[in-house]
Design a protein around this ligand. Structure first.
Ligand SMILES: *[C@@H]1O[C@H](CO)[C@@H](O)[C@H](O)[C@H]1NC(C)=O
Ligand SMILES: *[C@@H]1O[C@H](CO)[C@@H](O)[C@H](O)[C@H]1NC(C)=O
Ligand SMILES: *[C@@H]1O[C@H](CO)[C@@H](O)[C@H](O)[C@H]1NC(C)=O
Length: 379
């Protein structure tokens, strides 16, 4: 095996555990967001993101109940996952502490299956506690199915969050590949499988959430009943299809590594980020700043006339979204990164999660404002 020792960071945050930890952090961010909406702004998220089927004859859960149920689930997961993570790191340390003696095979095996067991446990707890999340996941994985309003928000939130988890999921996929090929390696949970990269497994996993979201847009386009709806779904689909040229460039440069990296991949990435940024502000957040339609120019306002949050919150959200969407550009131009190596990769994954959290704040707020005026409901 390779003689390189694991760094402190890799021992505390082994590759496969990072995905688990980010899911865990994401769950807490969601609870926190529900709390802020409920306690701070009295917005009833349970109306926007229903946790039970609206057509079934059950009383709709209130905001308070939804918050309590969500919090209970996440606390339950915390109690299981945190000690488990610490135990896994301890085991990893044990298996890698002595360079002269190979650790027992059974111990290494036990260590290497921990992340996948934790992954299954998290989703088992969520699915047993929330039939709605389970239903959405089942439908989404079934070639990007999506249900119309009032359940549409649930699907959008889950699938868009999945796209934000693409990079951690890639790492997890490479770990799984490593586990299948070499279950007795004591660095299995801490390093990437090079075979996985050779067969482009990372790209396939990375593109899957985007594919699902794209299929959802196409389904909505097919189902649309007005020209307005159709247009919106189609332009949304374009947003996700902008990922494909970047992917092609990556595959190309891997197949012909001797050739100079194509410069135009940066143009594709610039297009992806710019369009995504514009879409967030104009379509998802319904702000007037970059709304260049006739009606939008008439609007004559940089934000929205009806708002729930204080004004600076929107400008802050816009700055965060811009900065985090273009962080790659800053890195490419300055040739620097905030941290080095693996720490930087983890840092960027966490930032993307944060961006999604900020996005969701304004997205839900925009939905709430729309819902207040039923005849002005869009898309
Ligand atoms: C722009 O603003 C108008 C007027 O409020 C609105 O109807 C439209 O949906 C907004 N978005 C776009 C992309 O035109
Ligand atoms: C647009 O802006 C002008 C100048 O600031 C203002 O006088 C006008 O009332 C605004 N129109 C609308 C529709 O808000
Ligand atoms: C396109 O932009 C989004 C949002 O910034 C990003 O998450 C995604 O990774 C980008 N796509 C590619 C292939 O880089």
């Amino acid at each position: 095996m390779d003689a390189s020792t694991l760094s402190e960071f890799q021992l505390l945050f082994p590759l496969a555990q990072r995905c688990i930890l980010l899911i865990f952090v994401g769950l807490w961010l969601w609870v926190w967001q529900l709390t802020i909406f409920y306690k701070g702004f009295h917005v009833d998220i349970s109306q926007l993101v229903p946790s039970s089927d609206p057509s079934e004859f059950v009383p709709r859960s209130s905001a308070k109940k939804q918050l309590e149920a969500t919090r209970a689930t996440v606390i339950q997961i915390t109690k299981i996952i945190l000690p488990w993570h610490i135990a896994t790191c301890f085991l990893l340390q044990q298996c890698n502490s002595d360079q002269t003696y190979a650790p027992d095979a059974w111990l290494v095996c036990l260590l290497n299956v921990q992340p996948v067991c934790q992954f299954i446990t998290i989703f088992a707890v969520i699915f047993t506690n929330s039939p709605m999340v389970s239903r959405c996941f089942r439908n989404i994985l079934c070639f990007g199915n999506i249900e119309p309003r009032p359940l549409r928000n649930n699907y959008i939130i889950i699938t868009d969050s999945l796209t934000s988890y693409a990079k951690p999921l890639i790492d997890f996929g490479l770990y799984m590949c490593h586990l299948l090929l070499d279950p007795l390696s004591e660095k299995c949970i801490a390093s990437r499988s090079s075979l996985g990269i050779a067969i482009n497994l990372d790209l396939m996993i990375g593109i899957s959430p985007v594919m699902l979201r794209l299929l959802q847009c196409l389904r909505e386009w097919k189902r649309s009943r007005s020209a307005e709806e159709a247009k919106s779904a189609l332009f949304n689909a374009i947003k996700y299809s902008l990922n494909f040229p970047i992917l092609m460039c990556t595959v190309y440069s891997r197949t012909y590594p001797t050739e100079k990296p194509a410069k135009y991949v940066y143009w594709f990435m610039l297009m992806n980020s710019t369009y995504g940024f514009w879409w967030d502000l104009t379509m998802d957040w319904n702000l007037g700043m970059f709304n260049f339609s006739f009606a939008g120019m008439d609007r004559n306002e940089s934000l929205r006339s009806r708002r729930i949050f204080p004004k600076p919150a929107y400008y802050l959200a816009i700055c965060i979204d811009f900065a985090l969407r273009f962080v790659w550009l800053w890195e490419a131009m300055s040739g620097r990164s905030v941290f080095e190596g693996e720490i930087n990769i983890f840092f960027l994954q966490a930032l993307e999660l944060f961006r999604r959290w900020v996005w969701l704040f304004i997205k839900l707020e925009s939905e709430a404002v729309n819902a207040e005026v039923p005849d002005k409901v869009q898309d």
